[in-house]
Design a protein around this ligand. Structure first.
Ligand code: FAD
Length: 439
């Protein structure tokens, strides 16, 4: 049986970052990938998503400027957009695989444990002194009658023809982003929401404002609704809700969530504990089996499931295993965004019902030269602790992700208003220039 210093299961952002660092040390490494090399983010997640968002946001911005210097709103050509996206992204898995083959041994197939330090892939067994599980998430699929007629986010990111009508089941960030894209391109979109809120975890005041904006663009959002069944009847799909309403449509997206790729790893054979949210790790990201670690989406830590976090964990683990840094893993300050239109972005503490310990200040950033001509309201809510240190920020606006990125170091490095004003002269005009005053 071949023996390695390291075996990494999964080549997504977590596995890729760690593999690149380990390869430089000269230690022996086997990388195992069962799906697309590079994982979710560059193939069926953030990268193609943000590529589409660029075009969609540009087109939607023109709608707001009609009569203010723009004569006609831009019209999205979905088929052309998807061809452009395909030309850019289709070769990524092969290119990533080639990078791997240059830096370590590679096994293509789904790996599973057959013992505490033994992995089996394609009937062959390998031993690793250290094994890292970085197998990520996959879309959750509803099990309702007719579920085989639904599509997941990966399908949508390769959808060559725009459906006339679309139903999106679920209103997490994936569902809201996809609904935004398809509606902007001209599909009649209905979102079915199980509860009374979209974008759970985001500042709900701004989520409500986003709902209004989406509805103004013709997106229908139906709350307290679950899907009972889906049927193909003649040339259309009929979706029946739990209230016996029938919604005729052409395309249904199951955006009901994402689940960890833990179930096929035969974790029991290695004594690795996991639950429905993922694999349990300690404060050095070690699983319940000695020298077996888990990083990225696959862990059940209460952290956002993001590429940024996956890569951060890979960096932490490398320092711990190879550089002798023994500190426990501490979650960094993490920014999150829903790339809808407008965007919703936030970091740190978001206002909640009982906020007596905080000072909360809202700024209306619309108007002025910076956002001139855009009807879109841009609002920024800042949360300060009693020492007047910024501890949270949420924004709704066309550039919310970039704006919030300015504030992440202010929170993470505990920069005060005085320090900012004394030491920094940001580019003007941009939000960063206003920060000194806002702090
Ligand atoms: C539509 C969408 C949009 C997103 N947008 C953003 C965004 O804007 N910003 C952001 O930061 N994050 C975003 N994400 C989340 C981001 O893609 C993930 O957080 C990130 O990819 C997690 O990296 P990972 O390495 O943990 O897992 P993954 O990228 O999922 O990689 C895991 C890899 O492991 C492989 N694998 C699974 N089981 C096995 C096995 N048994 N053996 C071998 N290989 C296996 C899989 O095939 C996969 O390639 C988005 C996700 C989606 C779906």
């Amino acid at each position: 049986m071949k023996h390695y210093d390291y075996i990494i299961l999964g080549t997504g952002p977590a596995g890729y970052k760690l593999a690149k660092l380990i390869a430089k040390t000269g230690k022996s490494l086997l990388a195992v990938e069962g799906g697309l090399f590079g994982g979710t983010c560059p193939n069926v997640g953030c990268e193609p998503k943000i590529f589409l968002h660029g075009t969609i946001a540009a087109a939607l911005a023109t709608q707001q400027l009609v009569g203010k210097g723009i004569a006609e709103p831009a019209k999205i050509d979905w088929s052309q957009l998807m061809k452009t996206k395909k030309a850019r992204f289709d070769s990524w898995p092969d290119e990533t695989r080639a990078i791997y083959e240059n830096m370590c041994d590679v096994e293509v197939g789904y790996g599973k444990f057959v013992g505490p330090h033994t992995i089996e892939v394609n009937g062959k067994q390998y031993q690793g002194d250290k094994i890292i599980i970085a197998t990520g998430h996959r879309p959750h699929r509803l099990t309702l009658p007719g579920h085989e007629l639904t599509h997941d986010s990966s399908d949508v990111l390769s959808l060559s023809e725009l459906p006339k009508r679309t139903v999106v089941i679920g209103a997490g960030f994936v569902g809201i982003e996809l609904a935004t894209f398809l509606a902007a391109a001209g599909s009649e979109v209905t979102i079915l929401v199980r509860s009374d809120r979209i974008l759970r975890g985001f500042y709900q005041k701004y989520a409500q404002e986003l709902i209004t904006k989406m509805e103004q663009r013709g997106i229908k959002i139906i709350f307290f609704t679950e899907t009972q069944k889906l049927e193909q009847i003649d040339n259309e799909l009929i979706l029946t809700t739990n209230r016996d309403e029938e919604i005729p449509t052409d395309y249904v997206i199951d955006a009901s969530g994402r689940i960890p790729n833990a179930d096929k790893l035969n974790l029991e054979s290695a004594g690795i504990e996991y639950d429905r949210k993922g694999i349990t790790v300690d404060d050095h990201l070690m699983t319940t089996a000695s020298d077996v670690y888990a990083i990225g989406d696959i862990t059940n830590q209460k952290l956002p499931k993001l590429t940024t976090v996956a890569e951060y964990e890979a960096g932490y683990l490398f320092d711990y295993l190879e550089k002798g840094k023994s500190e426990a893993f501490v979650a960094p300050v993490i920014g999150t965004t829903a790339f809808a239109y407008p965007e919703l972005a936030q970091v740190g503490h978001i206002p909640e019902k009982d906020d007596s310990n905080f000072e909360i200040v809202e700024h209306d950033l619309s108007g002025g030269s910076l956002y001139a001509g855009m009807n879109e309201q841009t609002k920024l809510t800042l949360v300060f602790n009693h020492g007047h240190q910024l501890v949270g920020a949420s924004e709704i606006g066309a550039q919310a992700a970039d704006d919030i990125n300015y504030l992440i170091p202010v929170i993470g490095l505990k920069i005060t208003g005085d320090e900012w004003r004394k030491k920094l002269v940001p580019i003007y005009p941009a939000l960063a220039d206003k920060i000194g005053g806002l702090l």
